[in-house]
Design a protein around this ligand. Structure first.
Ligand SMILES: O=P(O)(O)OC[C@H]1O[C@](O)(COP(=O)(O)O)[C@@H](O)[C@@H]1O
Ligand SMILES: [Mg+2]
Ligand SMILES: [Mg+2]
Length: 347
């Protein structure tokens, strides 16, 4: 059996899309190439984590009151440094920064706004479990002048591209520019991302659910009933769903993207300061919702489509139910109380 020839590189893939996009200037391709370089630098640091002084905390806390890990900070600074150099951005916003990050005056600006979760799955960094980087790209609304907050606070449906890097057994890039979802794998020896998963489509229904059940006692009735339903002996002509929870959104999402299933981070009453759950609308929920929908899946906050949500602040949190279309629709019915109680739930 011949050796599988490597696919096309991510740059070739971008250039193909650029040729098919009228009025494309190459600005997006240049920006994206810098994103890829930054991810390779993060991959390199992660791969030798434990041998380099990258474990542990910086001593800082971020706008969410979370202790910042050294790798959160390294990823944040590396992405900003590389991306601002691309000369295609007019603003950046990061999960690790309270405010919109200005592009240095000496750097040319461009039409794009990039939002990012530099390192997703921070609680898994120092235990060698896969983590990721999430990105979301918008076009600014105005042609010129200083960028205003409303240009950054756009609905997820306005994204021109979104995706993530996953640093796992292999390092992958999964992205969409609205023309399907494509996966690339980093060839460690060649140092290039090659197309390995073209036109990924998510199964309409899965048999996997991913949620931190440790929060069960804090959930609303509808969420509890939905998860009980997935664990009941008879679910959709098959036994109970399989539980899988890595604790890194990128990794849990990626598995369900390929195998089908649903990831949930519901709202809970654990922390009155976080009535809308833990995950961030702009840095986590909206980009994952964009990829999910492009792959035939769906994403909701329990009643509304994530991509229709109007952000009020840079750091809005939102309940997230994302994955296979039929599973997300069923979750929405339970969570919004439209699913009648079955015999065994009537107790
Ligand atoms: O530990 P919990 O409460 O289950 O939360 C896990 C979730 O929190 C996150 O780690 C939050 O993301 P960050 O690591 O970027 O802060 C998600 O990746 C993950 O899905
Ligand atoms: Mg995150
Ligand atoms: Mg993070």
């Amino acid at each position: 059996m011949g050796i599988k020839s490597v696919g096309i590189t991510v740059t070739e893939h971008l250039l193909r899309q650029q040729r098919e996009t009228p009025r494309a200037t190459g600005a997006f391709t240049m920006l994206f190439n810098e994103l890829v370089v930054a991810a390779k630098l993060i991959h390199r640091e992660l791969n030798k984590a434990g041998l380099n002084d990258i474990y542990g905390f910086t001593g800082e806390t971020n706008v969410y009151g979370e202790k910042v890990q050294k790798l959160d900070d390294y990823a944040h600074r590396t992405l900003i440094r590389r991306l601002t150099q691309a000369g295609q951005l007019c603003a950046i916003a990061s999960e690790e920064d309270a405010d919109v990050i200005e592009i240095p005056a000496e750097v040319p600006r461009g039409p794009y706004i990039l939002l990012m979760d530099p390192l997703d799955g921070s609680s898994n960094i120092d235990v060698n479990v896969s983590v990721g980087t999430i990105f979301s790209i918008y076009r600014r609304k105005k042609e010129t002048g200083p960028v205003t907050l409303d240009e950054v606070l756009q609905k997820g449906s306005q994204q021109v591209a979104a995706g993530y890097f996953i640093y796992g057994s292999s390092t992958m890039l999964v992205y969409s520019t609205g023309q399907g979802v494509h996966g690339f794998t980093l060839h460690p020896a060649i140092g290039e991302f090659f197309l390995s998963h073209e036109n990924i489509t998510m199964p309409a229904r899965g048999r996997i659910f991913s949620v931190n059940e440790g929060n069960y006692c804090y959930w609303d009735e509808g969420v509890r009933r939905y998860v009980d339903h997935l664990k009941s002996p008879e679910v959709h002509r098959g036994g109970p769903y399989t539980a899988r929870y890595i604790g890194s959104l990128v990794s849990d999402f990626h598995r369900n993207l390929l195998k089908g299933g649903i990831f949930m981070y519901p709202a809970d009453r654990k922390d009155p300061k976080k009535p809308h759950g833990k995950l961030r609308l702009l840095f986590e929920a909206a980009p994952m919702a964009f990829v999910a929908e492009q792959a035939g899946g769906a994403a909701t906050d329990g009643s509304r489509r994530i991509l229709d949500l109007e952000p009020e602040t840079l750091h809005d949190r939102v309940p997230l139910f994302v994955g296979s279309r039929e599973d997300v629709e069923e979750a929405r019915r339970f969570v919004s109380g439209q699913e009648p109680a079955s015999e065994d739930q009537e107790g």
